[in-house]
Write a protein that binds this ligand. Structure first.
Ligand code: GLA
Length: 378
């Protein structure tokens, strides 16, 4: 793209991917989640251009760019462009101060891996444009508009967790986020001598987005059945196991299983917070294994590759807990591993995974990092 020849970046923004310790598929059910940003980031560089409405965005990784006319925003057939277009569309709904700009994007967040490269992309762009044009959006506005962009342009009816953690995270902490009230607090995460290791299956079964929306609809169906008996239940966050059992016969068995998982998982998050505060890492790890079981058997968002890696971790006493992470159907497992055992654990997991699926595993340590931030401003 021509702008690259004479690009004078005025602003650099870094926007991270995220992990979620526990509380999966809980955000859109209005419960509690425990996410935080990781050191893997997308780097954005911006300059204003002299046009009023023309924007140019270039992906350094894909070596491809595209032009956008702010007066003619519409969905694209190319998936990654929709995250950009969706954000621009949401910003133009909120302010008329946006003007032409050029932007390069360099991503170090693995795609389709359950670490939310999409939220990093949406939030970094919104954060940068807010600075560049002094749009006066709050961090919370950025979170909300990025989530909306995902609903409208990317087509996934996601919850608030990914965008919230990409923007709001604090180094060395996880966020305890109440997805009903959007109240939050930071919990220090000191798990030495253990570390968080991610194993990336490097598969991303294309069921993911469609099935995600199906799960959300099944949960809503469960709520509407529960409401007939218990009108106070506005989301699965307010449901109990006793209520569910009471309504079991009027529910499709799959809907019952989905709701059962959510109610149990919400309890597990509360127990995990207690375990973290008491530094009871064994208990925390056991909860992660329970979550995986629920995601695999009741919520049915796992896959053979993820199940294999979690089973593999179970056979290693140096691993306190493991589970699939994120939307599911591929991506990473999150594992709590003793630091002395990490090298041999990774070696063995890589060999076993290759033997079983003939796929290379990629791995990395994740440490809780700060959210989206400005790295340079002229
Ligand atoms: C995806 C969504 C999130 C959340 C997770 C599952 O990452 O974007 O909102 O629902 O899946 O916990």
């Amino acid at each position: 793209m021509r702008f690259l020849e004479d690009f004078k970046s005025e602003l650099t923004i870094e926007s991270p991917g995220r992990i979620n310790l526990i509380g999966e598929h809980i955000d859109y059910n209005m419960g509690f989640v425990l996410p935080t940003a990781i050191e893997k980031k997308i780097i954005f560089k911006f300059q204003k251009n002299d046009s009023n409405r023309l924007c140019q965005v270039y992906s350094m990784g894909y070596n491809v760019g595209f032009e956008i006319d702010l007066d003619h925003l519409e969905r694209s057939d190319r998936e990654w462009e929709n995250y950009i277009l969706g954000v621009l569309n949401e910003i133009t709904k909120r302010t008329d101060k946006l003007r032409g700009f050029d932007c390069t994007i360099e991503s170090h967040v693995p795609i389709g891996s359950g670490v939310s490269s999409s939220a990093a992309l949406e939030c970094g762009l919104a954060y940068g444009l807010n600075e560049l044009f002094d749009l006066r959006l709050t961090k919370r506005d950025i979170v909300d508009l990025a989530q909306m962009a995902e609903h409208t342009y990317a087509g996934t009816k996601c919850g608030i967790m990914d965008q919230f953690s990409s923007v709001m995270s604090k180094e060395g902490h996880v966020i305890l986020l109440d997805c009903e009230t959007v109240e939050y607090s930071y919990i220090p995460i000191q798990i030495q001598p253990y570390k968080i290791v991610l194993l990336n299956t490097n598969v991303s079964h294309n069921l993911a987005s469609g099935e995600y929306n199906v799960r959300r609809a099944q949960c809503e169906e469960g709520v509407s059945i529960l409401q007939k008996e218990f009108p106070e239940v506005e989301s699965l966050r307010q449901a109990t196991l006793a209520m569910l059992e009471h309504c079991k016969d009027s529910m499709d068995p799959k809907v019952f299983d989905r709701c059962m998982y959510v109610v149990q998982e919400n309890e597990r998050v509360k127990n995990a917070v207690e375990a973290l505060r008491q530094n009871d890492l064994k208990r925390l790890g056991a909860l992660l294994y329970e979550t995986h079981q629920g995601l695999s058997k009741l919520y049915e968002v796992s896959c053979a590759e993820l199940d294999f890696l979690v089973e593999f971790s179970k056979s290693n006493p140096q691993v306190l807990g493991a589970r699939m992470m994120g939307g599911g159907f591929g991506g990473c497992t999150i594992n709590i591993v003793h630091e002395d055992a990490i090298t041999s654990y990774i070696e063995k997991a890589t060999t076993a995974y290759k033997a079983e699926f003939d796929i290379e595993l990629t791995t990395f340590e994740a440490s809780p990092s700060e959210g989206t931030s400005i790295k340079f401003k002229k």
